[in-house]
Design a protein around this ligand. Structure first.
Ligand code: THU
Length: 163
């Protein structure tokens, strides 16, 4: 039997001014577009901003539906939009900002399982990591240098026999 520990380095910043100018701008964009969320059911608004290798920033916010599962998270709105508008252009970083109308969110919300899987597909396709920057209304900023870090043992197309 072999036992293997899988871990990653989570970078924790106490203040946005510890981030690079580009990272600050991306996070600010995610915070701004959070207000575009359509979240009448959860009152939990999320904004996302993806920085592409061509310098474009593509945004997203969560869009809910009376048929709950039909809604989509902010991260996938942003990343799918990036894929639709700029096919073949790599995503370098994704900033995510979350806040609730009902209570103070004081720690970063990491992407849900479906978003991790979806974003992982892009990371695999572009063969380059996507940095994640996560922040709530209050509290620290989390930085992960790759989606793969938070989705170890990911399922991907190699299991389907096409690579
Ligand atoms: N949500 C996101 O947009 N991103 C996340 O990372 C977690 C959850 C949305 C989905 C739903 O509209 C609301 O937040 C509550 O789950």
């Amino acid at each position: 039997m072999e036992k293997k520990r899988i871990g990653f380095d989570l970078l924790i910043f106490e203040d946005t001014n510890e981030l690079s100018q580009n990272e600050q701008k991306l996070l600010k964009t995610a915070e701004e577009v959070r207000s575009n969320a359509y979240a009448p059911y959860s009152n939990f608004k999320v904004g996302a901003a993806a920085l592409l290798e061509n310098g474009e920033i593509v945004i997203g916010s969560n869009q809910e539906n009376a048929s709950y599962p039909a809604g989509l998270c902010a991260e996938r709105v942003a990343v799918f939009q990036a894929g639709a508008r700029f096919p073949g252009v790599a995503i370098k970083a994704l900033a995510i900002s979350a806040a609730s109308a009902d209570h103070v969110v004081d720690k970063p919300a990491a992407p849900c399982g479906n978003c991790r899987q979806s974003i992982m597909e892009y990371e695999q396709k572009q063969q380059a990591p996507i940095t994640l920057l996560l922040k709530a209304e209050k509290g620290p900023i989390y930085k992960c240098t790759s989606m793969g870090d938070i989705l170890p043992l990911a399922f991907n197309s190699s299991f389907l026999g096409d690579s």
